[in-house]
Design a protein around this ligand. Structure first.
Ligand code: RB5
Length: 152
């Protein structure tokens, strides 16, 4: 199950992604916002990030104008690895290497067609859990988050 959210800057991308998910019978929940009224992106980032961090939703997709603000907000929630993506390689690698659990995109910088392409790649690419260097690095991210990380 996928958690979706956006602000006014990302509403068109989110609608395009919902259409793509509907066509493939992929289940999702839309956490808003629901129209192009100006809203505060941290609200929707927080809702989706908590839905994913709780384990209730496998992955999330968040869209704002640039993808940046909504990703910064989502990454404040413990357990979230939200990645702003603007090309196909990034969509694939952030799953394979970073085990990103939220894809962020910007409606003012990415076309609907590309956003659907990036979402398709993101949702269908697994984390390279069999490669120790990637599990080690993602563990380091958690350690930083939990105050358990130190370097010389
Ligand atoms: C809203 O105007 C805009 O700031 C927002 O959509 C996003 O781009 C923030 O990073």
């Amino acid at each position: 199950m996928i958690a979706l959210g956006c602000d006014h800057g990302g509403i068109n991308l989110k609608k395009a992604i919902m259409k793509y998910l509907d066509e493939r019978n992929v289940e999702y929940k839309d956490f808003g916002s629901y129209n192009d009224d100006s809203v505060d992106y941290p609200i929707y980032a927080y809702k989706v990030a908590n839905a994913v961090a709780s384990g209730e939703f496998e992955l999330g997709i968040l869209c704002c104008g640039t993808g940046i603000g909504i990703s910064i907000a989502a990454n404040k929630v413990k357990g979230i690895r939200a990645a702003v993506v603007s090309n196909e390689f990034g969509a694939e690698m952030t799953r394979r290497h970073n085990n990103a659990n939220i894809l962020c995109m910007g409606g003012r910088v990415t076309s609907e067609e590309d956003a659907v392409k990036f979402a398709d790649i993101f949702l269908n690419t697994p984390f390279s859990s069999d490669e120790e260097r990637h599990t080690r690095r993602v563990q380091m991210l958690s350690d930083i988050e939990n105050g358990k990380f130190s370097v010389e």
